[in-house]
Design a protein around this ligand. Structure first.
Ligand code: CDP
Ligand code: MG
Length: 735
């Protein structure tokens, strides 16, 4: 993995945009010129220069080719499937033969570990089996998912299978969206939502069964749930606990849950041959396109699943493929391009499940979400870039960044496994066998060990769990990370100097957002601008999906965006966008004209309504000071005073508390006129460390808002001498 490939992939990289555009031009001219001169030639020539050489994992035995018979077989399965009733489909799943045995095991044991290949029917079937077996007479069956999209799409599927309306007997709940009712007996939800339920009903008395699904993903909230559910299982013997995972880590789960029995569902699996690139690929986005087309023109029909790292990448590849196939016209069979990522609107998501038309091939461009959470039927080919986007956290500096990194071997193998469900398949790895062996970690580090814990610590404290050091973690977070979280909560005023929850902390915990955001919301009472701050907070939750920039209208889109720019910073820009939209009566047309994504705005509106409801709960009245941008910026600073940076020279900033060299992100309103002092919302690491969403502040405000964090001397704007940052608490200084 050379540095280049990593740079060009990160989603908010301005150079990436430029590169894309150049690339597009190149592609167009390539196809344009060749088409005119070699009209009647075979289409393979397209790849004359660019073709990627793959070598089979086992280079001695030739890779098994996918035969026309196999393809026929797949077509037959597809036909059969489409003729089967939904009940027949249910009966055809690998889990079905084990139905009785599974129900018996749940009857017999309180805690059960369930292991089975992805797609065997764990998520959609087990809750239904338990419902049919009468468990829902005693309470709900709850099933957690690490991802919002999975919770929603699985709930929709199960509602379909049970012929009920989504939100009735079968529902889901995700942050800022509750699609359940009195009637709901099967409830899918994100793991974070279940953690929050412990705040309101500590014994989870509404539930008779809890399924912690996709346990192998080891998200932060899933790990916290392990400790919480293990604890309540002790004093609620009637509660059944199922820990369900893909074929990984079963023994570890069993050991953690006091040697709970493991129930294995044998999956159907076909051979998947693995192919590696001969040499490292400098640019995997490009390599993906070439490989998709290479497969499309030279391999028998069968759908392709591609693993990319994020939304922008998925959209870029979709667009590149559209361009390239358009250039080829009718010379190739139809290629149906579909996408899946968590922020994709639901109607577009559904497309990945639509059957592929006869004589066409579907390609699904996906993020990690398709690794285990979602099963797409009939995938024969997998293209694996070998990368994923991950949060990394440095507890010393308190810095969290999203970075594109090589995925783990376990991930790569899961990805490969998506191909062998209905027939033998092929997995094209866009990296070398050497990279796989030497550059990839065997397993993904659990999120709890690479993330900021502020949020979770606040929640646990609110549940009365004070002794976090002795919390029953499956894998404990680094002590430094815990200390840092306590320090940050203390600095925000959520904890007192004995580490106990304060009144402010209790209020903050009511809001399902990061502690800085909830602090900002609560501080807005003092500055009489709760209305504006709620909007800003809601807009920040959809931050990167607001402005729409179609490639063919990039210039107009950029110009439209500029009209919203607020000279004092991006938060105020967001506020301006929302308020103008509100004035039009939330008009779709207005969004369209201004290159703004209506869906994101609608979501911000929903989020805002929910936050407003919570504000009522903590008895804070709505106040507004629309024109007092100082008040608004002070409220923001009350939550984000840790994130300050000072201009050093020509656009280069240094963060005050972490002593890092950073820059304002080019998408910011302040990019062209960098002020002396800024507060930033987050850092993103692409080619450089960028501050995304910044506002201008006056250093004196810090003295007023966070005197415990800033000394007067630090704030003197005159002195250009670098000062050692002062970090409060025990861990003295950063680098
Ligand atoms: O949880 P697990 O991976 O074991 O399987 P599942 O998610 O319960 O999926 C079982 C079957 O339901 C698969 O064949 C999926 O294709 C199908 N399914 C679907 O058609 N639509 C969904 N939204 C979810 C699942
Ligand atoms: Mg599942």
């Amino acid at each position: 993995y050379n540095e280049n490939s990593r740079e060009s992939t990160s989603s908010f990289n301005p150079e990436q945009k430029e590169w894309e555009q150049n690339r597009m031009k190149q592609v167009q001219t390539e196809f344009g010129s060749k088409k005119s001169s070699q009209q009647e030639e075979e289409y393979d020539y397209v790849f004359d220069e660019e073709q990627i050489q793959f070598i089979a994992e086992d280079s001695i035995s030739t890779t098994k080719e996918i035969s026309p018979e196999t393809i026929e077989q797949i077509q037959n399965i597809k036909k059969l499937n489409s003729q089967m009733t939904m009940q027949e489909v249910r009966k055809s799943l690998p889990i079905f033969p084990y139905r009785e045995e599974l129900i018996q095991a749940v009857n017999d044991y309180q805690v059960l570990i369930i292991v089975g290949e992805t797609g065997s029917g764990k998520t959609t079937q087990i809750p239904q089996y338990l419902h049919e077996a009468g468990y829902t007479k005693r309470g709900k069956v709850g099933c957690t998912q690490p991802r919002r999209v999975a919770a929603m799409s699985v709930a929709a599927r199960v509602a379909d299978e049970m012929s009920c309306k989504l939100g009735q007997e079968v529902g889901y709940s995700i942050r800022f969206e509750d699609c359940t009712s009195e009637k709901t007996v099967l409830q899918y939800m994100t793991d974070g939502m279940l953690v929050r339920e412990f705040l309101t009903t500590p014994d989870l008395s509404n539930y008779s069964v809890l399924i912690i699904d996709e346990a192998h993903e080891r998200t932060l909230h899933t790990d916290i749930l392990f400790g919480l559910v293990k604890d309540i299982a002790r004093f609620r013997p009637d509660l059944k606990l199922l820990i369900s995972s893909a074929t990984m880590d079963a023994d570890k789960f069993s050991q953690y849950f006091d040697d709970a029995p493991i129930f294995t569902i044998p999956g159907r699996k076909y051979d998947v041959s693995t192919l590696y690139t001969q040499a490292p690929e400098a640019n995997y986005v490009d390599a993906v396109c070439v490989t998709v087309l290479q497969i499309h023109v030279s391999e028998p029909l069968g759908d392709i699943l591609v693993f990319l790292t994020g939304q922008e990448e998925v959209d870029t590849v979709a667009e590149m493929l559209q361009q390239r196939t358009r250039g080829l016209g009718t010379k190739i069979k139809e290629l149906v391009i579909t996408r899946i990522y968590s922020t994709l609107p639901t109607d577009l998501q559904a497309k990945i499940f639509e059957p592929t038309p006869e004589n066409a091939r579907k390609v699904v461009l996906a993020t990690n979400i398709a690794e285990t959470s979602l099963t797409i039927d009939n995938i024969i080919y997998v293209i694996d870039t070998g990368f994923c986007k991950q949060k990394i956290y440095n507890p010393k500096s308190g810095m969290e960044s999203l970075v594109v990194q090589p995925c783990s071997q376990a991930s790569a193998n899961q990805r490969k496994g998506r191909a062998g469900r209905v027939a033998p398949g092929k997995c094209f790895r866009l990296y070398t066998a050497w990279s796989f062996e030497n550059e990839m970690e065997p397993n993904t580090t659990p999120e709890i060990q690479r993330t900021n814990l502020g949020n979770v610590v606040l929640l646990l404290k609110s549940m009365g769990i004070n002794d976090l050091v002795h919390f029953d973690f499956m894998d404990p977070p680094p002590a430094e990370t815990l200390i840092k979280a306590l320090e940050q909560l203390y600095a925000l005023g959520a904890l007192n100097d004995r580490g106990q929850l304060t009144k402010l902390g209790r209020k903050m915990a009511e809001f399902p957002v990061d502690p800085q955001l909830s602090k900002m919301i609560i501080a807005s009472e003092k500055y009489q601008c709760t209305d504006e701050i709620l909007t800003i907070c809601a807009m920040l939750t959809v931050n990167n999906t607001i402005f729409y920039r179609p490639k063919d209208k990039a210039f107009q889109a950029d110009a439209a965006k500029k009209t919203f720019f607020h000279p004092e910073g991006d938060h105020l820009t967001l506020l301006q966008v929302y308020n103008q939209w509100r004035e039009t009566g939330y008009a779709t047309q207005w969004c369209f004209e201004n290159f703004i994504q209506h869906r994101s705005m609608k979501r911000a509106k929903d989020v805002r309504e929910q936050l407003e409801g919570l504000l009522e709960r903590v008895e804070i009245p709505i106040t507004s000071s629309a024109d007092d941008t100082i008040a608004i910026r002070k409220a923001i600073t009350s939550g984000y005073f840790y994130n300050t940076a000072k201009l050093e020279k020509s656009g280069l900033y240094r963060t005050n508390k972490t002593n890092q060299s950073v820059q304002i992100h080019p998408s910011s309103a302040l990019f062209d006129a960098p002020p002396k002092w800024v507060v930033y919302f987050e850092l993103v690491l692409t080619t450089k460390e960028f501050m995304r969403s910044v506002i201008e502040i006056q250093p004196q405000w810090l003295f007023e808002i966070a005197p415990h964090m800033y000394k007067q001397s630090e704030l003197e704007t005159e002195s250009d001498k670098k000062k050692l940052p002062k970090v409060m608490g025990k861990s003295s200084t950063s680098k």
